[in-house]
Design a protein around this ligand. Structure first.
Ligand code: SAH
Ligand code: SF4
Ligand code: F3S
Length: 466
């Protein structure tokens, strides 16, 4: 029996068991998954939800449920702290519903110190598993429902990619697709390579097959996911470039939009720029993490490009694809960073005029090379640099947004506006949001909207026939 068949069998076993428990209780059982972290985790959660649903749980957003799973992130310390905080609340629910099962998975669980802490101080947790054995969830769920002690299964590595397990998408009209797993870059501040393992690419045929099936199921927009999509396919038995994969995805009939994330500047090829330029379905958005504008800091970060390399790349992209939005990630407070280094970062932000940027305060991650560096920056200096950077980012983002004033853009309608139900929220090709009056029946379709009123990061507009 192969792994897929094995897991499908466990889903059936869970189903019988859950039916029986539901009958005894006289009500159906509920399950809730809370996701921390990045798009990869969000996609993993869709797979986990697919299994829970098929096993017979009613999926809810209320954490006071019969089965609660936290899919955790450990990229920065505040992500970890949130998990510990919320576990306390879950314990309160469990005291009132002793049959409740609490499970933890994801990147945080790949750290031995975390698992030790949970075993010692959070003994009410029923199941712990990691990132490498996520495809074994059905089996682990069955064990959790039938055994009394905490089920813990953690793998240090895997070379397996198990395809075709059930998935339950959050949005019917858009979907993330893993094209690769893990990371080989070892940026000196980053824990991802330690918790997600070495880089592994999926076979292009498997990716295309999955996207075809999604399109058949109503998906209009896909986001190809990987920690460094620009190195996709290099290690396959039959190597293929990311640009070539994009060409093949572009050829899929019925698919309207393609996004991808994340691009490492060191591996971004001219071939990719060419494909983006000539493929109308590829969205006009590139997320290109800078991290720092100081060549000295970039070297210490092991990013393998200089300030000048980054500027030349951004200039080339802006020249070749003029209407593209470039967004980025920036870390402030890396060990040894001075005021002058932050000035260099600000210089790059102004030069590239980022359409948006995520700014992060450096977080020391145990086991990474940067954590052992002696020249950690004092908090008040970091805070000062952070505020300066944020101010400039807000200025360039606003400036870029204003360039669109008065244009008519095609948008994918995603959801009703959070604050005003008479409005819809749609996403433009460049990833910016626009709010406009309309009926919820439009959700999932692509419509033209005029960009009337700029509000910094988003627009108000109205639908136009065209
Ligand atoms: N693979 C992606 C990023 C994944 S992590 C890339 O290389 O671009 C997302 C972002 O978190 C990173 O771009 C970085 O800006 C930030 N980050 C990672 N480790 C961090 C740390 N230790 N402290 C603060 N920010 C960090
Ligand atoms: Fe982390 Fe660098 Fe890999 Fe991105 S490329 S996940 S920042 S090690
Ligand atoms: Fe966090 Fe893991 Fe993603 S550490 S950012 S959830 S890969």
């Amino acid at each position: 029996m192969n792994e897929l068949e094995n897991q499908l069998e466990y889903i059936e076993k869970c189903k019988k068991l859950i039916e029986r428990i539901a009958e005894e209780k006289g009500r159906s059982l509920t399950a809730c998954i809370s996701t921390f972290g990045c798009q990869m985790n969000a996609r993993d959660s869709e797979k986990l939800t697919g299994i829970l649903k098929q096993a017979g749980y009613v999926i809810t957003e209320d954490e006071n449920a019969d089965f609660v799973l936290y899919n955790t992130c450990t990229v920065r310390d505040n992500a970890n702290m949130r998990v510990y905080g919320r576990l306390g609340v879950l314990n309160g629910y469990k005291k009132r519903n002793p049959d409740m099962k609490i499970a933890l998975c994801g990147c945080m669980m790949q750290e031995e110190t975390v698992v030790e802490k949970i075993r010692q101080s959070y003994r009410f947790v029923d199941l712990i598993f990691g990132t490498h054995n996520i495809f074994r969830f059905a089996e682990l769920l069955y064990r959790t429902l039938t055994e009394t002690q905490t089920v813990i299964e953690l793998w240090k590595e895997t070379d397996k990619i198990v395809e075709d397990l059930p998935v339950e998408r959050k949005y019917p009209f858009k979907s993330g697709i893993n094209i690769m797993f893990g990371c080989n870059n070892f940026c000196s501040y980053c824990i991802v390579p330690y918790v997600r393992g070495r880089e592994r690419s999926r076979e292009p045929e498997e990716i295309i097959k999955e996207i075809r099936a999604l399109v058949k199921d109503g998906v209009k927009e896909v986001m190809l996911l990987g920690q460094n999509v620009n190195s996709y396919g290099k290690n396959l038995a039959d190597p293929i470039s990311f640009a070539e994969l994009l060409r093949r995805v572009h050829a899929i009939e019925g698919l309207a939009r393609i996004r991808f994330m994340t691009s490492h500047p060191k591996d971004l090829s001219d071939e990719l720029i060419e494909v983006m330029k000539t493929s109308p379905k590829i969205c006009r958005h590139l997320h290109l993490p800078l991290q720092s504008g100081s060549t000295r800091i970039l070297k210490a970060m092991n990013r393998r490009y200089t300030k000048e390399d980054y500027l030349a790349l951004a200039d080339k992209i802006r020249k070749e694809i003029p209407d593209i939005a470039i967004t980025t990630d920036i870390i402030i407070g890396f060990p040894g960073e001075t005021k002058e280094d932050v000035d260099e970062t600000i210089d790059v932000i102004k030069h590239v005029s980022f359409d948006n940027a995520f700014t992060f305060i450096y977080s020391k991650r145990t086991g990474t090379p940067a954590a052992a560096m002696e020249n950690q920056v004092p908090e008040e200096i970091v805070k000062e640099g952070f505020d300066r950077v944020l101010k400039v980012v807000q200025e360039t983002a606003k400036k870029q947004a204003l360039l669109l004033q008065g244009r008519i853009e095609s948008v994918l309608v995603e959801e009703p506006n959070e604050h005003d139900p008479s409005l819809l929220t749609g996403r433009m090709s460049n990833n910016m949001l626009v709010h406009f009056p309309g009926d919820t029946s439009l959700i999932g379709s692509i419509v033209n909207v005029s960009l009337d009123e700029c509000h910094g990061f988003y627009y108000f507009g109205k639908r136009v026939e065209q």
